[in-house]
Design a binder for this molecule. Structure first.
Ligand SMILES: [Zn+2]
Length: 179
């Protein structure tokens, strides 16, 4: 918080430094800028998704923030925010991938980048994949490295797309992380 930042004491309207705990003029506790506090809070937690083991703890901490806000209880609010920060500082402890990922199946559609970083898509004819590296044969005769695949669209027997995901976020088989 910069020293040039100012706010007004909501009790006496004196200009105050928002970092102060109390107003220098009337000595009353300074009421925090709730909107700014909430913005900071949501910036901290906005990427959190339900499979993350921290999700439940964060939701409890956010509930505590809301209760404190409704009561205008500055101390409880600050304690709850510190709790959110502490939980978010923990590693996400995502369970590691147990089974090797299944490669895209014949008939599925993949998006991939070529050597010029241009994006293409194609229909899978077959895959060779050892769990670490491999190639995808496309129905147009092209062969690409699995590492080039950026997104996968799963199709049903009628060739309709029933699911699609980003490989970097969800893995080759779409099983990793949030769906
Ligand atoms: Zn004051």
């Amino acid at each position: 918080m910069g020293s040039t930042e100012t706010a007004r004491c909501q009790a006496c309207q004196a200009i105050v430094n928002p970092a102060w705990a109390t107003c220098a003029a009337c000595q009353k506790p300074l009421i925090p800028d709730w909107l700014a506090e909430y913005r900071r809070l949501y910036a901290l937690v906005c990427d959190l998704q339900p499979p993350d083991p921290r999700y439940a703890a964060i939701h409890q901490a956010l509930d505590a923030c809301d209760r404190a806000f409704r009561l205008r209880d500055t101390e409880s609010f600050k304690a709850a925010v510190r709790h959110v920060e502490a939980v978010m500082a923990e590693p996400s402890r995502q369970p590691r991938q147990a089974a090797p990922e299944a490669p895209p199946q014949p008939g599925w559609i993949v998006a991939y980048r070529d050597q010029h970083n241009r994006l293409h898509d194609g229909t899978v004819s077959r895959c060779e994949w050892d769990g670490r590296s491999g190639t995808v044969q496309l129905t147009n005769g092209q062969s690409i490295a699995i590492a080039q695949v950026t997104a996968v669209a799963k199709t049903n027997a009628a060739g309709q797309v029933v699911a699609a995901w980003d490989v970097r976020r969800h893995g080759l088989d779409g099983q990793r992380g949030p769906r």
